[in-house]
Design a protein around this ligand. Structure first.
Ligand code: RUQ
Ligand code: CUA
Ligand code: CA
Length: 648
C-alpha cells in the first residue's frame, strides 16, 4: 500500500503523532542503556509499503463502518473477557459492539456489589485478624477459561493478581469470583494459563491444572537475610489444581517469567523469560543476547513428585522440583527445556493447530517460531540442541509482544514501538528460515493507536479459532477520545481480519487498563439469571423467620427483601453488639436486584434474585439509622427501608 491508498484524509495528521510516540519510546529505551539491542533492529518492510523508521506511513484499509454495528435490541456475536490491569477487576464486553456489559470485582473492593463488604466476599478474599480484607489492591493481567476437547467449556475463568501473587477463579454461570489462592514462595505472579488436557490419561480431555509463572525472584526464605546475595534469589513456576484451587507443585527455574502457554496435547507448559541472567540490578537484566522460552515436561514433573524427588520451602508444604538449567542438562531425564530466544522475549502463544509457539523478541525485531514436536524430540534425546526447535524467526517490526492466530495459518503480532499490528504467515516464516528468499512472510500491517500490548483473535486460543476479529489492547490513546483529564480513556481497537487486508473497524474506549482478553463465541457461555435459595446454607427461607436473634453480645438480624419492602420495617440492637445482618432476596423476577446500605456504618451490598448475603459490624454508634435499598428496583424503591435503632 502507498499513500494514495489512504482513503480517509483524517488519518494523515495521525502520522505526526505516531512518529512522536515512536521517537519518545525509543529515546526512553535507549536512555535506559538499551541502544545496543535496538540498533540491531533494522526496520524492514517485507510487505512493500513505504514505512521506514523516519517517516512511517499510515497503514490499513478503511472499513465500511455500519457493517459492524449492533443495532438496538440485538445481541453481540462474542463476549470479550478482559483483565482490568491495576483496577483489580475483570470486564466483560460484547463484540463487535464494544459495549461494556459487566465488571466483575475480583481483587478490588466494589461498592456496587459489596465485594469486600459482605462476609461471603471477605471469606473468598481472606481477612486480617480484625476482619477487614487482607489485601485491597490487585493487578489483573491475564484471563483464561477452562477447556474441553481443545475449546472453551464455559465452566470457569482464571485471572491472576501480580501484586500479591494470587490466582482467582470466576464461575462462568454467575460470572462471580468463587475462589482465590495466594501462591506460596513467589512474587510478581505474571503469566497464567489453564491446561487443555492431561499429558498421560486420555480420558481427562479437559482442564485440571492452571500454570502460573512468577516474574520476580526473591531470596528464599524472604525474611531480610541474603538481600544482597543474587545466588539466593529464586524464581518458581507453580501448578495449581483448577478444582481444589490448591498448589500441586512448584519448579525452581532460572529467569523471570512473562507469559504462560499450554500445549493442546497436555504435555508441555511454556513460559517466555527475560533476565535469564538472574540479575537483580536493572542493567544486568539486559546483559545477554539470548534469553529463553522455557518448556515444562508436565508428566515428568508429576512423576518426580510422585516418586518423592522433591524438596519443600520453609512455611509451605508444596513439593518443589529443580527445573534450573544446570540441573536439567540430560534431555532423557530433564524436567525443563530452555529454548534460546533473543532478547528479553515477550509473550508466548500457541497456534490453534497445536504445532507452533510464537515467542516475540521485544528488544529484537523478531518473532521466534518454536515447533512443539521438536521440543518433545529434545526431551526424547533426539534433538541435539534446544535452539534447533526454532524453525522460524522472521523480522516483523519494532517491539513485538503478543501474537494471535487465525484459522488460515496466519499470525498477528502487536508491535509496541511501531504501534502496529503485523500479519505474517507461519509456514512462510518457516520456509524463509530454511533459506527460501522468494517467500513473502509479512502480509500486511495496520496502525493502531497507540503502543499495543496484548492482541488476540476471536476464539484464537482454541482449536476453533475462526479468523474473524482481532482486538488490540493499547497502552496509550492520546488524541483518540474526548479529553478527560490526565488519566485517559484507553483503546481496545477492533480489527476485521477475515480478508487479505486487515481493517480497523472501531475504537472502543476502555477504562484503564485493557491488559489482556479472550474473545469467546456467545453460544459457549450459559449463565444463570436467578439463584436458588438452596445455594445458601444460611438463607432466610421463610419471611416468618425474620427477626432479631440475640446470643449474648452477638445479634443476628434476619430479613428478606421482596419488592418493594424489607420484611423488617425496623429492628433494635444495643450499643456494643456484634450485629450480623442476613438478607435473602425472595424476588424471583429476572433482573430484580435489591440492596442494603447502612449509613455511617459503611455498609452497602446487593442481593440478586433468590440470593443471600450477610454483613457483620459492631453497633458502636447509638441512634437511628435508615437502612435503605440502593439498587433501583421499584416505583416504591425510595420507600424500601428499614429503621435500625441502636440503643445507648
Ligand atoms: S504479558 S503486555 Cu506481560 Cu500481559 Cu505482555
Ligand atoms: Cu429494592 Cu430498591
Ligand atoms: Ca536478558
Amino acid at each position: 500500500m502507498n499513500q494514495d491508498d489512504i482513503k480517509n484524509p483524517d488519518e494523515l495528521p495521525d502520522l505526526g503523532r505516531r512518529k512522536f510516540l515512536n521517537t519518545a519510546a525509543l529515546v526512553g529505551l535507549s536512555g535506559a542503556g538499551l541502544s545496543v539491542g535496538l540498533s540491531a533492529c533494522k526496520k524492514k518492510d517485507e510487505a512493500g509499503t513505504a514505512g521506514t523508521a523516519a517517516a512511517p506511513a499510515a497503514h490499513g484499509e478503511v472499513a465500511e463502518f455500519g457493517k459492524y454495528e449492533v443495532p438496538p435490541g440485538q445481541l453481540d456475536e462474542y463476549y470479550s473477557f478482559s483483565s482490568g490491569g491495576h483496577s483489580g477487576e475483570v470486564r466483560i464486553y460484547g463484540i463487535p459492539s464494544g459495549r461494556e456489559l459487566k465488571r466483575i470485582p475480583v481483587f478490588n473492593m466494589d461498592c456496587l456489589v459489596g465485594w469486600g463488604v459482605t462476609n461471603e466476599s471477605k471469606a473468598i478474599l481472606g481477612t486480617k485478624p480484625n476482619g477487614t480484607p487482607k489485601y485491597t489492591t490487585g493487578d489483573t493481567h491475564h484471563v483464561h477459561q477452562t477447556y474441553k476437547d481443545g475449546t472453551y467449556d464455559g465452566k470457569y475463568m482464571f485471572v491472576n493478581d501480580k501484586i500479591h501473587s494470587r490466582l482467582a477463579r470466576v464461575r462462568m454461570d454467575t460470572m462471580e469470583c468463587d475462589k482465590i489462592l495466594e501462591l506460596p514462595n513467589v512474587q510478581g505472579f505474571h503469566g497464567t494459563f489453564t491446561d487443555k488436557r492431561d499429558p498421560v490419561n486420555p480420558d481427562i480431555n479437559y482442564t485440571t491444572r492452571v500454570f502460573c509463572g512468577s516474574e520476580f525472584s526473591v531470596p528464599l526464605p524472604n525474611d531480610g537475610r541474603d538481600v544482597n546475595d543474587p545466588s539466593k534469589y529464586k524464581s518458581l513456576f507453580t501448578c495449581v489444581d483448577s478444582e481444589s484451587m490448591e498448589p500441586r507443585w512448584q519448579v525452581f527455574i532460572d529467569g523471570n517469567c512473562d507469559l504462560v502457554a499450554s500445549s493442546y496435547d497436555g504435555k508441555l507448559a511454556a513460559t517466555n523469560q527475560y533476565n535469564t541472567e538472574m540479575g537483580i540490578h536493572y542493567e544486568d537484566m539486559m546483559a545477554a543476547e539470548m534469553d529463553a522460552c522455557l518448556f515444562f515436561n508436565v508428566a515428568r514433573i508429576e512423576e518426580a513428585v510422585k516418586a518423592g524427588k522433591f524438596t519443600t520451602i520453609a512455611g509451605s508444604k508444596v513439593p518443589v522440583v529443580d527445573g534450573t538449567k544446570a540441573a536439567n542438562t540430560d534431555p532423557k531425564t530433564a524436567l525443563t527445556c530452555y529454548v534460546p530466544i533473543p532478547k528479553n522475549p515477550h509473550g508466548v502463544n500457541i497456534s490453534p493447530d497445536g504445532k507452533y509457539y510464537a515467542c516475540s523478541g521485544k528488544l529484537s525485531p523478531t518473532a521466534s517460531v518454536i515447533e512443539h514436536a521438536l521440543v518433545l524430540k529434545w526431551f526424547d534425546g533426539e534433538l541435539a540442541n534446544p535452539r534447533d526447535a526454532v524453525v522460524g524467526e522472521p523480522e516483523i517490526g519494532l517491539g513485538p509482544l503478543h501474537t494471535g492466530f487465525d484459522n488460515k495459518g496466519n499470525a498477528y503480532t502487536t508491535l509496541f514501538l511501531d504501534s502496529q499490528i503485523v500479519k505474517w504467515n507461519v509456514e512462510a516464516a518457516i520456509k524463509a528460515f530454511k533459506g527460501d528468499k522468494n517467500v513473502k512472510v509479512v502480509l500486511d500491517r495496520v496502525d493502531v493507536h497507540y503502543q499495543p500490548g496484548h492482541g488476540f483473535t476471536s476464539m484464537g486460543e482454541t482449536r476453533e479459532s475462526d479468523g474473524k476479529y482481532f482486538i488490540s489492547d493499547n497502552k496509550f490513546s492520546k488524541d483518540r477520545f474526548l479529553p478527560v483529564g490526565p488519566l485517559h480513556a484507553e483503546t481496545a481497537q477492533l480489527i476485521d481480519i477475515s480478508g487479505d487486508k486487515m481493517k480497523l473497524v472501531a475504537d472502543h474506549s476502555v477504562y484503564s487498563e485493557p491488559h489482556d482478553s479472550i474473545i469467546v463465541r456467545r453460544d459457549i457461555i450459559k449463565t444463570r439469571q436467578i439463584y436458588n435459595l438452596d445455594d445458601f446454607p444460611h438463607a432466610v427461607k421463610d419471611p416468618k423467620d425474620s427477626g432479631v436473634f440475640r446470643n449474648g453480645k452477638k445479634v443476628t438480624v434476619k430479613l428478606i427483601s421482596q419488592a418493594p419492602a424489607f420484611s423488617l420495617r425496623e429492628f433494635t440492637v444495643k450499643k456494643g453488639d456484634e450485629v450480623t445482618v442476613i438478607l435473602t432476596n425472595h424476588d424471583k423476577v429476572e433482573d430484580l436486584t435489591h440492596a442494603f446500605a447502612v449509613p455511617k456504618y459503611d455498609i452497602n451490598f446487593i442481593v440478586n434474585p433468590q440470593e443471600t448475603k450477610s454483613v457483620t459490624f459492631i453497633a458502636d454508634k447509638p441512634g437511628v439509622y435508615w437502612c435503605y435499598c440502593t439498587n433501583f428496583c421499584h416505583a416504591l424503591h425510595l420507600e424500601m427501608r428499614s429503621r435500625m435503632i441502636v440503643e445507648p
